[in-house]
Write a protein that binds this ligand. Structure first.
Ligand SMILES: Cc1ncc(COP(=O)(O)O)c(C=O)c1O
Length: 381
């Protein structure tokens, strides 16, 4: 990967991989007669929301999903005109900017619905609203017992011309455990909620499937799927077979100094690693402030000069030290901390396993003040 000059700490975003991943998901949705909303919240899971949005729309996605209204407005400011759904608000959220930005809005309560309708009426606009039912995740979403009141209020707001009830939707708790009985239970609750909405004269679509359900449960695609992580090439259900996804984020740096140390010399704070023979070391200028977890000290490997090599001693705030034995390593050589794994480099999923977390957390936390992010399109259209 010598397509760029040496970087101190850079996230390389593979735009062609984003397109390919979304293409795989959109094709599965199409086979079910469903549309595809790609979730680009939290700055596109750390990949850059506008970059991901453009790639997703080019690859067959029709809609975008974000958590906050600000995230949706930032996409509009970047020139994205596709439908954008926002679903998570402050308790006293002002919906006027969302209405002005032509966002679609989720409503989990009568109070939210009324606030949205009032903002729409004030601007003389009609806002597409997605009514969210809590089918078992117990986060946002309307409790089942309050649902009849919410659909009745929504029918009235629609009759008044302030909102259009576009969808009834929910979110799965355990889609990444295919076969878990909660999945069918949640789907049944969504179907029931949808029937109740239809009974008061509404004609919304339904959406439920995150990446894991999009990949494993075509019967739950309904009219729209809502994948996030799979678009980034990270598989939430690797136990379910190879879905052909390719991780789009590579975290890389380059060697800033090479030196030999003698047997008996130690490396980094606390002298936790001591050379038992003379070795070549490569100093790499990334550390825990750049997203390399200090907790990986002693377990971290990087790809450098043609193969994986161990990081020795503690991960520091700004630097790590790589053991290169007697191999020839040069200042400026590329160092890959994680990537798609195709050359044998570590992956974000390996980091997550080592850290006892999920790859979602790894990639979404990588973009930091000293880290650059470079979108590369090796197959421009
Ligand atoms: C409401 C909602 N829908 C869909 C997604 C996408 O989920 P995933 O990244 O597992 O595909 C998320 C992300 O957590 C979400 O919060």
């Amino acid at each position: 990967m010598s397509d760029q000059p040496a970087h101190r700490a850079d996230l390389r975003i593979d735009v062609a991989a984003l397109r390919r991943n979304v293409g795989i998901l959109a094709e599965r949705a199409r086979r079910s007669g469903a549309r595809t909303m790609v979730v680009v919240k939290s700055d596109g899971y750390g990949h850059g929301a506008a970059t991901v949005a453009r790639a997703a729309l080019a690859a067959g996605a029709t809609d975008l999903g974000v958590a906050s209204i600000d995230e949706g407005r930032q996409l509009r400011a970047a020139g994205i005109t596709a439908p954008i759904l926002a679903w998570l608000y402050a308790h006293d959220e002002d919906f006027a900017p969302a209405v002005a930005a032509d966002l679609e809005l989720s409503a989990s309560s009568v109070a939210q619905l009324r606030a949205i309708a009032a903002a729409a009426a004030a601007q003389g606009r009609m806002v597409p609203v997605h009514l969210k039912i809590d089918t078992g995740l117990s986060r946002s979403g309307c409790p089942e017992e309050l649902w009849p009141e919410l659909v009745a209020a929504a029918a009235k707001a629609q009759a008044d011309g302030d909102v259009e009830v576009a969808a009834v939707w929910s979110h799965l708790a355990s889609a990444d455990e295919p076969g878990d009985p909660s999945i069918d239970r949640q789907a049944a609750r969504l179907r029931r909620a949808h029937e109740q909405a239809r009974a008061v004269g509404l004609t919304p679509i339904r959406h439920l499937a995150n990446s894991a359900a999009a990949l494993t449960r075509p019967d739950l695609h309904f009219e729209l799927i809502r994948p996030g992580i799979a678009a980034y090439g990270l598989d939430p259900v690797p136990q379910h077979g190879d879905h052909g996804l390719r991780p789009a984020m590579t975290f890389r740096s380059s060697v800033t100094m090479v030196k030999r140390i003698a047997a008996g010399e130690s490396v980094s704070y606390g002298r936790t690693w001591t050379a038992d023979r003379p070795v070549t070391l490569a100093l790499v200028p990334v550390g825990y402030a750049d997203g390399v977890p200090r907790r990986l000290s002693g377990a971290l490997e990087v790809w450098l000069a043609g193969r994986r090599r161990p990081v020795v001693g503690r991960v520091c705030m700004d630097q790590i030290v790589v053991r290169c034995d007697d191999d020839e390593v040069r200042e400026g050589d590329e160092v890959v901390l994680f990537g798609p794994g195709e050359r044998g480099e570590p992956t974000a999923a390996e980091w997550a396993d080592e850290l006892g977390t999920i790859h979602y957390e790894v990639v979404s936390g990588m973009f930091r003040p000293r880290v650059t992010r470079t979108a590369v399109d090796e197959d421009p259209r």
